[in-house]
Design a protein around this ligand. Structure first.
Ligand code: UD1
Length: 337
């Protein structure tokens, strides 16, 4: 049984990925410092899969703590989620973001180099493309100057991995996520945003639940069909499964280069108004919203060309937008009780 280290394994994407790893017969070791989640997620994972993953409360910024995990376990692969992810916050706390998101990455890659370990999956983001010149976005699209400190940590992270994998022959894959949404079908795990949500879907569900008065739609004067901005919303379980596919590619030595990047989205763009109407329809409710000005730093449209990921990873999305928005609402209702 292959043993996989999952950093940030109790977070939103991390927890769904741990479930899929265990379903696929991998043994999982989670490290998480619980800075943006709770320990109860470990119990939920155990309830869903019937298997309790090994858990260590570890801060990935502390090199000695990272080292102790590699000393304690013979690791066959690493999926690295642990990172700060709030775009707005990152602008006011650049040093914390660079420290957390990049020092942890370096420590893990050093352990891999020193122990001759392979099979590293990195959480990257479509934010590296900025406003791409062509849609849908392929992996060949230019990486544009980052709009935020958070985005820059993903770009620099990819550069660090590329250089390390070339110098030390480490086999690594970066997955560039589009917009992950939804919750596990069991409704036992989902997104737990701290404070006022910045992302669209948690704001939508909290508005429907009456926690927020109304949703602000940021701009209806974009050059799109209905004037609102377009994104590629992917169900988090589909996204989790992409990690398993990428890991298998590395374990089976099917990768073509030491460092590869793949776009992980549905390939379908939805506008903010599409999201609102679909959410209302599938959940049979009305959402209170108003149109306001554009949000600074937002791009017009981003959706993935998934051809390469579909072919090379032998992976494709299975969940519809409707299913994603239904599960997001069920998860929200469970939080409100
Ligand atoms: C944001 C981040 C991106 C990150 C991604 C991950 C920014 C600028 N970018 O992208 O780096 O990788 O999340 O999830 O924050 N919207 C509203 N009202 C709201 C919230 C959002 O209209 O209250 C709109 C936004 O203007 C956007 C769309 O909904 O058009 C999606 O927003 P969001 O969920 O924040 O994701 P991104 O902006 O794509």
């Amino acid at each position: 049984m292959k043993k996989i280290l999952v950093t940030g394994g109790l977070g939103f994407i991390g927890s769904h990925t741990v479930v899929e790893l265990q379903n696929e017969g991998f043994e999982v070791v989670i490290i998480d410092n619980l800075s943006n989640t709770t320990i109860s997620v470990l119990d939920s994972i155990t309830e869903i899969t019937g298997i309790k993953p090994t858990f260590h409360k570890v801060d990935v910024r502390v090199k000695s703590e990272v080292k102790s995990v590699f000393d304690a376990h013979k690791i066959d692969g690493i999926i690295h989620f642990a990172a700060y992810k709030a775009v707005g916050e990152s602008m006011g706390k650049p040093l914390e973001y660079y420290e957390n998101n990049l020092s942890s990455l370096i420590y893990i890659l050093q352990e891999m180099r020193d122990r001759k370990l392979d099979n590293f999956i990195f959480s990257s983001s479509c934010t590296v493309y900025g406003q791409a010149d062509e849609l849908p976005i392929t992996e060949k699209a230019a990486v544009k100057a980052a709009e935020s400190v958070y985005g820059n940590t993903k770009q620099i992270g990819e550069e660090i991995i590329k250089d390390a994998s070339n110098a030390h022959n480490l086999q690594c894959i970066a997955l560039r996520y589009f917009n992950p949404i939804g919750a596990h079908a069991s409704i036992k795990i989902g997104e737990l945003p701290l404070g006022v949500p910045q992302n669209l879907i948690p704001f939508v569900t909290q508005t429907a639940a009456g926690i927020r008065k109304e949703l602000s739609v940021f701009g209806d004067d974009y050059p799109t069909e209905d004037g609102t901005a377009i994104r590629d919303y992917i169900h988090v379980v589909d996204l989790a499964k992409a990690h398993i596919a990428a890991l298998k590619r590395l374990i089976d030595k099917n990768n073509k280069k030491a460092f590869e990047c793949f776009n992980i989205g549905t390939g379908k763009g939805s506008s903010v108004l599409d999201i609102i109407t679909t959410f209302e329809k599938v959940n049979n409710l009305k959402l209170n919203y108003k149109i306001v000005g554009r949000r600074e730093g937002d791009i017009v449209a981003a959706f993935a060309d998934t051809t390469t990921a579909n072919k090379e990873l032998n992976w494709k999305t299975e969940m519809s937008l409707e299913e994603s928005l239904e599960s997001a609402w069920k998860w929200q209702q469970k939080q409100s009780v």
